[in-house]
Design a protein around this ligand. Structure first.
Ligand SMILES: *[C@@H]1O[C@H](CO)[C@@H](O)[C@H](O)[C@H]1NC(C)=O
Ligand SMILES: *[C@@H]1O[C@H](CO)[C@@H](O)[C@H](O)[C@H]1NC(C)=O
Ligand SMILES: *[C@@H]1O[C@H](CO)[C@@H](O)[C@H](O)[C@H]1NC(C)=O
Ligand SMILES: *[C@@H]1O[C@H](CO)[C@@H](O)[C@H](O)[C@H]1NC(C)=O
Ligand SMILES: *[C@@H]1O[C@H](CO)[C@@H](O)[C@H](O)[C@H]1NC(C)=O
Ligand SMILES: *[C@@H]1O[C@H](CO)[C@@H](O)[C@H](O)[C@H]1NC(C)=O
Length: 538
């Protein structure tokens, strides 16, 4: 299901020439936009980027340009507003020195704190279910708080052209940007990365998702969690706060943390009710963003929805596995020492990244249409906002889920001790390559910057040791890779063997892609004749 439908909908959706963006308030003024420079002066300093305190300097922001060297590149990509992001609005930004960080160098790098940012710190992300009652409520009340505090970033639905035209004409462009709450900013950022191309004249079922279905999926979400975790620490003035993880493997098909006083219960009509959900609202939901108009952060949907029992039943009848992923599924993924394989998208088989993402069958190791396992399965079983990659982070369970996904990534990184050299530089979808920027987090990071053990960023996971093992891991004697070829203990220069594998996989993929194209039309046809409660996954 997933993006075959989305893509099809994009073809028939109305094309608005609008685009969106999010940048620090301090950079959204006539002067900064005209000079394409986002180098604010931090509080307590006199010069941009705190140069007078040796914190950083305002420098050209060099981004990797999209071009034909990328194997996933297509002409229409040029028309998307995220093209060479964020160059359409800014091409100069603060380059911070030593351990300083942030868009104005007023903050510390992840993992450091103190006035001079020279104290290292390691915080633990903990299992939500094992927290004390007070700690569980701390998460909920902190999230609640972010829904009432204004962000220091603003978002825009106007086209870059419109913004530029205004600044060139010397008019104040501020009114084209909107204030949002901290929580809505993060919902927006996820939506912005995941939504399809806007100027897609020749769209032929193409996905353009900077956060999902590609090599960069795990690093994108790792940075996203770091950013919101840091922001929650700031908003609540609780420097020690970490995002807990929800270990869904202990649930069969019922979410045990979804109780009235914590993550809420789902009513018969799919509405989430509970202590923290009485005044919940959502933005950028599937209906808003796909069929009628681009997301307007000011348009609030007054409810949060999850999958209702009747739809769950229907989906089961339609052949969906409606149980949460098991430890067995996680363990299977962790046996793959190959991080990713061509085409580095949702269509690759026999690799850790796409297994954890959830497009691969955890028995065979192969990608097949309509397989939803691991990460995807959790989105599907929770349903509602969570079942669409555009709206998923409206649900506070999203962050607990992704913390759990990130924990599995961390186990992999520690187990196999690999670095970013395993990432492809040109053959992953746009925005997912090793040196590509993680769109649209600002200040900017590349996937390579983030593909590192969590110690580098000052956090650790409860129950994961330095080798990536946990007390409840499987016996190390289990080693089945399903139907995948066993390519173990490769020498660094066994190119011949690697390429043989590539060729085999490429031909299998060829078949699968053909099959996908067939199912695209079938599914799209079915969708319009018998709407299902299934939406694209995140
Ligand atoms: C940044 O943008 C400005 C305005 O369009 C342009 O004059 C300048 O050459 C650009 N700088 C870089 C490094 O691209
Ligand atoms: C947005 O917030 C700023 C303060 O950060 C305020 O000055 C401005 O008036 C707000 N804009 C709107 C449209 O509410
Ligand atoms: C779309 O395809 C047509 C015909 O192939 C071509 O003339 C046109 O330039 C294409 N438009 C874009 C934006 O690629
Ligand atoms: C959420 O925050 C608002 C604003 O601070 C507060 O009025 C409300 O009581 C909070 N909700 C809960 C359940 O704590
Ligand atoms: C995975 O493949 C196995 C063997 O073909 C099959 O029995 C199982 O139902 C598949 N699982 C999913 C989730 O599709
Ligand atoms: C990354 O790993 C490769 C292969 O194991 C190794 O050759 C390289 O030196 C490593 N790079 C860094 C920066 O550690």
């Amino acid at each position: 299901m997933t993006f075959q439908i989305t893509s099809f909908l994009y073809i028939i959706a109305l094309w608005f020439p609008w685009v969106e963006s999010q940048f620090p308030k301090a950079c959204v003024n006539l002067e900064s936009l005209r000079d394409k420079t986002c180098c604010p002066t931090p509080n307590g300093f006199k010069a941009p980027c705190g140069t007078d305190g040796d914190r950083g300097e305002c420098q050209d922001l060099i981004v990797r340009r999209w071009n034909k060297a990328y194997s996933h590149y297509q002409e229409f990509h040029k028309g998307d507003d995220r093209h060479n992001w964020p160059n359409a609005l800014f091409n100069r930004s603060c380059k911070c020195k030593s351990n300083f960080a942030g868009y104005d160098c007023s903050k510390c790098k992840y993992g450091y704190h103190g006035d001079d940012c020279n104290q290292k710190r390691l915080l633990k992300r903990r299992n939500f279910a094992k927290l004390t009652n007070d700690e569980k409520h701390r998460y909920m009340s902190y999230i609640n708080k972010t829904r009432y505090v204004d962000s220091d970033y603003v978002v825009s639905r106007s086209s870059y052209q419109e913004i530029q035209d205004r600044t060139v004409a010397g008019q104040d462009p501020t009114s084209l940007f909107h204030n949002v709450t901290v929580f809505d900013l993060f919902v927006w950022v996820h939506y912005y990365a995941a939504r399809g191309p806007v100027h897609a004249d020749n769209l032929t079922g193409t996905v353009m998702d900077f956060a999902h279905e590609g090599q960069g999926f795990l690093t994108w979400h790792r940075l996203y969690l770091l950013a919101i975790e840091r922001t929650i620490q700031e908003v609540t003035e609780d420097e020690e706060f970490t995002i807990p993880y929800w270990d869904w493997t202990v649930n069969e098909d019922k979410c045990e943390i979804c109780t009235e006083d914590l993550l809420g219960v789902t009513e018969g009509d799919g509405t989430v009710k509970g202590k923290y959900f009485n005044d919940w609202s959502t933005i950028c939901t599937y209906e808003d963003t796909l069929m009628t108009q681009m997301c307007d952060p000011a348009t609030k949907n007054p409810v949060l929805e999850r999958l209702k029992e009747s739809d769950k039943k229907k989906m089961k009848e339609n052949g969906y596995h409606m149980t949460f992923p098991s430890k067995k599924d996680v363990n299977f993924a962790l046996r793959f020492d190959t991080f990713d394989l061509p085409p580095y998208s949702a269509d690759s088989s026999c690799n850790f990244r796409n297994l954890l993402g959830g497009f691969i069958n955890t028995t065979t190791g192969y990608r097949l249409p309509n397989v939803h396992s691991l990460h995807n399965r959790v989105h599907l079983v929770i349903g509602g906002a969570m079942s669409s990659s555009l709206s998923a982070s409206n649900d506070p369970i999203f962050f607990l889920h992704h913390s759990s996904v990130d924990r599995v990534l961390e186990k992999w990184l520690r187990k196999y001790n690999k670095n970013a050299s395993v990432l492809s530089s040109y053959d992953a979808p746009l925005g997912h390559n090793r040196g590509d920027l993680i769109v649209p987090l600002f200040p900017v990071f590349t996937h390579e910057n983030i593909f590192k053990k969590s110690f580098e960023f000052g956090y650790d996971y409860e129950d994961v040791d330095e080798e990536g093992n946990s007390p409840d891991d499987e016996e190390s004697s289990l080693s089945s890779l399903g139907l995948c070829p066993v390519v173990r203990n490769k020498e660094p220069d066994d190119t011949v063997e690697k390429c043989t594998t590539c060729v085999i996989i490429a031909s299998i993929l060829g078949g699968i892609i053909f099959f996908l194209l067939i199912s695209l039309s079938t599914i799209a046809y079915r969708h319009f004749h018998k709407p299902l409660a299934v939406q694209p996954l995140s």
